[in-house]
Design a protein around this ligand. Structure first.
Ligand SMILES: *[C@@H]1O[C@H](CO)[C@@H](O)[C@H](O)[C@H]1NC(C)=O
Length: 754
């Protein structure tokens, strides 16, 4: 669900929103309202008190004392640290024990919206339909395929459906994650790639949550392993030809830095290193062209990127330069016929332009789509005869489709494009798998009220057909919900977009409704309004849900990002506060009912706005929050520090040091009243060390002057993206909602327990 530049996802403190289960959703609201809740009295432990060990950090004559620095243990084995985290978890359990029964019922309600046995929209690739299958009661998916009878002579059509009759080719389960996951507390597959001849599959597996993968190759028919797994690698792996893989490894700070060539059947130790990126502000990514002819290797920092290409049929020839390394210019490439297509961004052309160059002379570029001040080019999808361009305008995603001249004709300009229309006022659209040789563009679509849908769009006729829409059980009716865009004026006059949803007959819009405001605002990530069936559990209890598309994100184009990073980072926080104030002023809610949520870099947002305006909010949820920004960014031995100096600033520079110190949440906890706060951490999280949230909570406990609830929940079997199973994730969601409802005193029959 992350929408941004192709490589960025492996290298940010981003909220790894996992692909939504194909089926999510709901039990009948009747069950919900009639359920009884327990008011069993819990033994209220007093909150754990973290030991204080003075740790002085001096920089530019400024001394900071961090009494909880000892909570950081990179080996994650220090018994004293683990015991402290366990005490925090026990305290959380005890505070939440009175609502445990309610939480369990909420979990059942959320789980009850899911059609548990379901398949994804099958996509056609070569002679097969590929898809994943969910089974009733199972946490993970099966990766499946079915042969297409007469695939050579069957043209692509938006009306295609996978034949599943008794006489059709049977389903073949290539890999069942449920079987693989049995021995692990955490299990995640991030790449699942069939070989060009479809005989083998390579997949990248993480069994801890630390994002250090092993890549396995199996026979797609028998499941038998082919050779030994590649170990300690990233999830970036692509097939060059039928017996060669290209993959990426990382250095000791988990920075993807080397590209390797692996011949099947040989030992990993004899693999050839094709490229080593020595600059520690850069990270490497890998992608195969849709034409299947080239592999692109990109090296990117937050402001610069450059590309190499590899001929997939001759990978041993190595890398060739496609775009040179020029500071401040970034590039992304695709291929068709005799041309590479490049999305190129520079300081001057900040919203990117699209250019093409001949494969045999990459220095000659032709501009196909010039730079536009108001429209940002996000991504392109190339086909044999078409080009689909994913863009953004005025805070909304757009897709424009162009017909291309025949492959052997010169490519000098584009004809007028055709824009695809979408049904909601605010929505999300993302590219999905399409076959290069077809005229069918597949994309996924959802909004705050429209469940996740997969569309096939015929680029010749403009017809689109829904191939799959997430089933939401329990009587869900999208027309009962209202979604809209609003704009809040920021302190400097900038208009900040928001996306809002609520259930029409359940809100008063007089300031009395509870509201959950979500924010992120970093890395140019666009938090477009997406559907989440579990969210219905709060909407159906009368909540309004809103997303603040604050600066630092990419919703309004590149400058929106530039204006919310480095020495302008505080715009991210003040924009969020402006959105909150607007919602109160417009009577969407009041301070007494305003809840806020952010994860990861959005957790930094939570920490900052809590320190700045604790009076404005009633409840806050900060998931895996990046709250120790200054101390972390001063330490290049922590993953992501070096690659993010261009995002937050390098605090070894005095100006940045003081600026970052002025907002870094752990450094700004004050003796003041704070709202109810829930903080989560993942012990194996490589992106935000568990110690950041732990230190934030310890310092808040010591300093704050209120008696509101403050909880830390640290998952021992998880990393940055919570637990790995689909129901386990819903259980976490139920816990968060139970916390919010408890803090708002909205849990039936439990009103006295706070
Ligand atoms: C597209 O079709 C051409 C001509 O039939 C073929 O050579 C090429 O391999 C196909 N490309 C893909 C990605 O299937």
């Amino acid at each position: 669900m992350l929408r941004h530049f192709p490589f960025s996802h492996f290298n940010t403190r981003s909220l790894l929103v996992t692909a939504l289960p194909l089926s999510a959703s709901l039990s009948s609201p009747n069950t919900v309202r009639s359920m009884s809740s327990s008011s069993s009295t819990a033994t209220m432990h007093s909150p754990p008190v973290a030991k204080k060990v003075e740790h002085k950090m001096e920089m530019f004559g400024d001394v900071r004392v961090d009494n909880y620095y000892w909570l950081r243990d990179d080996s994650r084995t220090n018994p004293e640290v683990l015991s402290y985290l366990q005490q925090e978890n026990a305290y959380t359990d005890s505070v939440m024990s009175g609502t445990k029964q309610f939480e369990d019922q909420l979990f059942k309600e959320i789980r009850g919206r899911i059609k548990e046995d379901d398949i994804s929209a099958p996509y056609r690739k070569g002679p097969y339909y590929y898809y994943t299958r969910n089974l009733e009661g199972k946490e993970y998916v099966q990766h499946c395929r079915r042969l297409i009878p007469n695939y050579n002579t069957t043209p692509f059509s938006v009306h295609d459906t996978m034949p599943t009759g008794p006489d059709d080719p049977p389903e073949h389960v290539i890999l069942d994650e449920n079987v693989k996951a049995q021995e692990h507390r955490f299990y995640s597959i991030q790449a699942f790639k069939d070989s060009p001849n479809h005989k083998l599959v390579a997949y990248a597996e993480d069994t801890k949550g630390d994002e250090i993968y092993s890549v396995h190759v199996i026979d797609a028919e028998t499941g038998a392993p082919v050779g030994k797994p590649l170990t300690s690698v990233t999830s970036h792996v692509e097939w060059a030809n039928d017996d060669t893989l290209v993959y990426i490894t990382m250095d000791e700070i988990l920075r993807p830095d080397k590209v390797w060539l692996h011949k099947l059947g040989t030992d990993q130790s004899s693999d050839i290193c094709l490229y080593h990126e020595k600059d520690d502000t850069f990270s490497i990514g890998l992608q195969k062209s849709k034409s299947q002819k080239f592999l692109f290797v990109g090296s990117e920092s937050k402001i610069t990127s450059f590309i190499f290409f590899i001929d997939a049929s001759k990978p041993e020839d190595g890398l060739k330069v496609l775009t040179p390394r020029v500071v401040g210019i970034d590039n992304w490439a695709s291929h068709r016929g005799n041309h590479f297509f490049i999305i190129r961004r520079s300081e001057e052309f900040f919203n990117s332009e699209l250019v093409a160059c001949p494969v045999d002379d990459v220095s000659v570029t032709t501009v196909l789509i010039p730079h536009r001040e108001r429209i940002k080019i996000q991504d392109t999808h190339l086909f044999a005869n078409h080009l689909a361009v994913y863009e953004r305008e005025n805070g909304l995603p757009k897709v424009t489709v162009y017909r291309l001249p025949a492959v052997d004709e010169p490519l000098t300009s584009l004809e007028d494009g055709r824009a695809i229309d979408f049904i909601d006022p605010v929505y999300t659209v993302d590219p999905a798998g399409s076959e290069f040789n077809s005229s069918i563009l597949r994309f996924s679509y959802s909004s705050l009220r429209t469940p996740n849908s997969v569309y096939d769009y015929d680029m010749n006729t403009g017809t689109s057909v829904v191939k799959k829409i997430e089933t939401v059980l329990g009587g869900f009716d999208a027309s009962e919900y209202f979604t809209e865009r609003k704009w809040a004026p920021a302190s400097d006059g900038t208009q900040v977009p928001m996306s809002i949803v609520y259930r029409k007959n359940l809100v008063n819009l007089d300031g009395s409704d509870p509201l959950l405001l979500y924010g992120y605002g970093s890395y140019e990530v666009c938090i477009d309004p997406w559907f989440k069936a579990s969210r219905l559990s709060i909407l159906d209890r009368g909540f309004i849900f809103a997303i603040a598309h604050i600066r630092g994100g990419g919703e309004m184009g590149r400058q929106w990002y530039e204006n919310g990073k480095c020495l302008k980072k505080k715009n991210t926080f003040t924009d969020f506060i402006a959105c909150a104030e607007y919602l109160i002023e417009q009577r969407y809610c009041s301070k007494e009912k305003l809840c806020i949520e952010g994860r990861s870099a959005g957790g930094l947002l939570m920490g900052s706005v809590l320190n700045m305006r604790p009076d404005l909010f009633k409840v806050a949820f900060a998931g895996v929050p990046f709250v120790d920004a200054l101390t972390t960014m001063l330490d290049p031995t922590i993953p992501l520090t070096t690659s993010e100096w261009e995002e937050w600033g390098d605090p070894r520079n005095e100006e940045f040091y003081h600026y970052m110190k002025s907002y870094s949440p752990v450094d700004n906890v004050k003796a003041q009243n704070y709202p109810h706060i829930l903080v989560t951490a993942g012990l194996h999280d490589p992106r935000v060390l568990y110690s950041e949230p732990a230190k934030f909570v310890a310092k808040l406990r010591e300093t704050k002057t209120d008696s509101n609830i403050l909880l830390l929940k640290c998952e021992f079997g998880a990393g940055h993206s919570s637990k790995s199973g689909r129901f386990e994730k819903l259980q976490e969601q139920a816990f968060v909602y139970a916390f919010i409802l408890k803090a708002l005193d909205m849990i039936p029959e439990l009103s006295s327990s706070l």
